[in-house]
Design a protein around this ligand. Structure first.
Ligand code: NAG
Ligand code: ZN
Length: 408
């Protein structure tokens, strides 16, 4: 008799403990989800689309195409998102094909953070970091790389523009409340977004540690070695990355993106839930055989040592938490001349824009809303300590790990 209440009590306590994180995380309501603006269909037209069409050209580092797409990105942010700070991170390197000639690799960084953290100097805002590479592969000749990664770049432009409408309100509210003034602080709301459009992801000859990821290696190195002033919240720009979400090889029909990393499975689950809820609400237009993100229920013991070599690697090795949005298997058109605008599945492209936008709004809502900083997102904590801890874990795993396939 007496053991039953005890058991029940125990059970109840356990359920309660398990339930707390779930209760604390506030997903967007159905109404909020429906209100997230979708892409304008014409933006993703492959011939005339304001976002996508200008990227569908060869854009090999050191060629005129590189400068053309850079101008497209800079013009877009200058014209449509003047609140976003634009910066470059440039480097040069020789490649196996260039002989002694230095090839330019130029990363673009578009950043939006709360006005009150900006006023207090750099290194205060945690930054949700959304990433794609904009360079295209040098061969086969005329290669466009529509999924690799023109479409992901266009998706991120859409995300930036949509999220700005949301951020403007949140930041105005923070300013009205006097955040950052007279010591009024709320670190949980010191959250911004940055978009990294990286250069030189592709190998020139054959994928190796030195012939690939030119832009990502240079940027992650520079960020790790550029300390912020002593009184900043974060030690350097690398540590400011709250989550590194890398989009790659997206735009073919029926993608299946696995959950690659146990450390960020919480974020994967959030994105997968956004997808399934949007489908149930009729907010997506593609009709895939399976969900784009089919592994929300993946068990801990099923996380293996398999990952895909890509721009996240140098950041992850330095401690950034990574969500890698790349399908396995790769699209059929991968690294073939057919990876062009005509072979994109535009409903899938636009659905990615919808899903990533809603995920981003929800992420920022969790940081800026009532629940406080990342509460219940499943993260262990925030800021320096977490970054350091995750650094050790991921580093170890990566050494043990085996890369699959070639880099994308
Ligand atoms: C980086 O390169 C771009 C493109 O050539 C140029 O416009 C920009 O001023 C450079 N920025 C820096 C910081 O060197
Ligand atoms: Zn590629």
């Amino acid at each position: 008799m007496s053991s039953i209440p005890t058991l029940l009590h125990l059970l109840f306590t356990t359920i309660l403990l398990l339930a707390i994180p779930t209760l604390a995380y506030q997903p967007l309501s159905d109404t909020q989800l429906k209100a997230v603006p979708g892409p304008i269909e014409s933006d993703f037209d492959i011939k005339t689309g304001a976002l996508l069409a200008p990227i569908l050209i060869p854009r090999v580092p050191g060629t005129p195409g590189q400068a053309k797409v850079q101008k497209h990105f800079v013009d877009f942010f200058t014209r449509e998102l003047p609140e976003w700070e634009i910066s470059w991170q440039n480097s040069t390197a020789t490649t196996p094909l260039s002989g002694n000639k230095q090839i330019p690799f130029q990363n673009l960084i578009f950043r939006r953070e709360p006005p009150w953290t900006k006023e207090r100097g750099p290194g205060r805002a945690a930054l949700l970091t959304l990433v794609a590479h904009y360079d295209s592969k040098i061969s086969p000749e005329g290669f466009i790389g529509a999924t690799d990664s023109a479409a992901p770049c266009a998706v991120l432009m859409h995300v930036a523009r949509t999220v700005e409408g949301y951020l403007k309100k949140v930041y105005e509210q923070g300013v009205a409340e006097g955040l950052g003034k007279e010591g009024r602080e709320d670190p949980g709301r010191e959250m911004g977004v940055q978009i990294l459009l990286l250069d030189g992801e592709e190998a020139f000859k054959e994928w190796t540690d030195t012939d690939s990821l030119y832009g990502a290696r240079s940027l992650s190195y520079e960020w790790e070695n550029t300390p912020y002033p002593a009184l900043s919240r974060f030690k350097n720009p690398l540590r400011q990355i709250d989550l590194f979400v890398l989009l790659d090889l997206l735009g073919s029909a029926d993608p299946g993106v696995p959950s690659y990393f146990q450390t960020t499975h919480w974020a994967y689950k959030n994105m997968a839930t956004v997808e399934s809820r949007m489908r149930a609400l009729g907010l997506l237009e593609s009709k895939p055989k399976n969900p784009f993100l089919p592994e929300a229920g993946k068990l801990n013991e099923h996380f293996g040592r398999v990952y895909v070599g890509d721009d996240h690697q140098p950041f992850m090795a330095k401690g950034a938490p990574v969500l890698h949005m790349i399908p396995t298997p790769f699209p059929h058109v991968w690294h073939k001349i057919e990876d062009d605008g005509e072979h994109l599945d535009l409903p899938t492209v636009r659905d990615w824009a919808r899903i990533v936008t809603a995920f981003t709004v929800e992420y920022l809502e969790a940081a800026g809303g009532e629940v406080g900083a990342g509460a219940g997102t499943g993260k262990e904590g925030k800021g320096e300590d977490t970054a350091a801890k995750q650094g050790t874990t991921t580093d170890g795993e990566e050494k043990a790990g085996a890369g699959v396939g070639k880099g994308p």
